[in-house]
Design a binder for this molecule. Structure first.
Ligand code: NAD
Length: 424
């Protein structure tokens, strides 16, 4: 099957290459010429483990090509996946501008039957809007079907996730489109949930919001544990062993970030408010998440005597989580902003994220002369740091572990003052 992927970002590039692995012919379309040029040259314009190898493999095998030319790409392909961004709008709901632009360009340029698949995360009712936008842009009435097929991959493990999904959701009212989608996914060994577009769109928001709830639950519990001098890690480990609860998304830390959870929770909150059925549980989860970085900054201030001005602080980790270069809505950015407002001398390190300076300082360079280290991202590199050799480089030996990821007793035995998130 000839597949067009519109939007060659994290989701689009991964989806396209996974379809190549399944034997399909793929074209990647993006309006951003630098991204297209990089991809054509076998270079990813973002960091995702294992994905560049697939890119090189499928370019060499001529299974994938990239283009900026919408008209030709739409005409030549049978199934069109919309993988563009759906950022948070000013009122908190999802901004569908990019999706609308794509739908209109499909309508203008299609000259035979197409299946148009929305992989972007979109509000309930978007399939109906996409249908309307395409119809209104067509010169002649050419048949098409719209399918909702949300994506559940995680940055940092996108290749594995997309190759081995927990489930595939196909939302359509068209038998013909359902058959084509089944065929497209026939080599995947996971449950396929077939439903209508509205339920499919809701499934994606419901899943991300539930995971965000879990994170906010453990973070608020951590604040309580902190006051009660209880180690929240022991609590999350024990409750996570209950198979009804499960161990994932139960690590107390700086709160959720990234390009999905904050905007998807916000979008579902807006959907609920707009129809007069506010979801107070989600509104609370979002509030708890916002407060979590304030809580941690407060802990840092208290530990360092209340005033951070002129203190030298080394922030380790900018990415919103390990194994990605994505910094969208990263808690580290909130921490960095607040530290700068406190007028600290700031040092920043990340193994992958390119800093504004364009430099990649080492951890040793970053912590030299620092009064404190603040760990913001759970990179493996930071779990295995040689703290004994870093300590003599520092001015004062405070470690603030925003991810509860390093061995407290080890660093305390080396003479560090350690503070995690209710990690007593
Ligand atoms: P992204 O910003 O990395 O990529 C989007 C791409 O679309 C960009 O390269 C942009 O240039 C391109 N684009 C915008 N308008 C276009 C147009 N008219 N024609 C062609 N290309 C256009 O975004 P992403 O992280 O890949 O996310 C895409 C969607 O998938 C979002 O709705 C997101 O919520 C959802 N999603 C993301 C993830 C994730 O982990 N990143 C996971 C699941 C779902």
């Amino acid at each position: 099957m000839k597949i067009l992927i519109v939007g060659t970002g994290y989701v689009g590039t991964t989806t396209g290459l996974i379809f190549c692995e399944m034997g399909h012919q793929v074209t990647g379309l993006d309006l951003d010429e630098t991204k297209i040029k990089a991809l054509e040259a076998g270079k990813l314009h973002f960091y995702e483990p294992g994905l560049e190898d697939l890119l090189i493999k499928h370019i060499a095998a001529k299974n994938i090509s990239f283009t900026k030319k919408t008209k030709k790409a739409v005409k030549e392909n049978d199934v069109i996946f919309i993988c563009v961004g759906t950022p948070q709008g000013t009122d908190g709901s999802a901004d569908l501008t990019f999706v609308k632009n794509v739908a209109e360009s499909i309508g203008k340029n299609m000259d035979n039957y197409k299946v148009i698949v929305t992989k972007s995360t979109v509000p309930v009712g978007t399939a109906e809007l996409v249908t309307k936008w395409i119809s209104e842009s067509q010169k002649d009435k050419i048949p098409f079907d719209v399918v909702s097929n949300p994506e559940f991959l995680r940055e940092g493990s996108a290749v594995l996730d997309a190759l081995n999904p927990d489930r595939i959701v196909i939302g359509t009212t068209s038998e013909k489109a359902r058959g084509i989608m089944r065929d497209l996914y026939k080599d995947f060994h996971c449950p396929i949930v077939e439903t209508n577009p509205r339920a499919s769109e809701m499934i994606k928001y419901a899943a991300n919001s539930f995971l965000a709830l879990k994170i906010s639950y453990i973070n608020e519990l951590a604040r309580l544990c902190n006051r009660l001098q209880i180690n929240v890690n022991d609590v999350s480990k024990a409750i996570g062993l209950d198979h009804r609860i499960g161990p994932h998304f139960l690590n107390a830390g700086l709160g959720y970030g990234g390009s999905c959870f904050p905007k998807d929770v916000s979008a579902l909150i807006q959907i609920a408010r707009q129809i007069g059925r506010p979801m107070s549980i989600l509104e609370s989860a979002a509030k708890v998440n916002k407060e979590q970085t304030d809580y941690f900054i407060e802990k840092i201030k208290q530990a360092l005597g209340g005033n951070l001005q002129s203190k030298t602080i080394a922030v380790l980790g900018v990415a919103f989580k390990a194994n990605t270069d994505d910094t969208r809505e990263a808690p580290s950015l909130v921490i960095i902003k607040q530290l700068l407002e406190e007028k600290v001398n700031l040092r920043v390190h990340d193994p992958i994220v390119k800093l504004a300076s364009g430099q990649f300082p080492t951890v040793a360079e970053t912590v030299t002369g620092a009064d404190a280290v603040v760990l913001c991202t759970d990179w493996d590199d930071y779990k295995t740091l040689d703290w004994a050799s870093l300590k003599p480089l520092m001015n004062q030996s405070y470690i603030f572990d925003g991810r509860n990821m390093i061995d407290k007793s080890l660093v305390e035995s080396l003479g560090f003052n350690y503070l995690g998130v209710a990690n007593h």
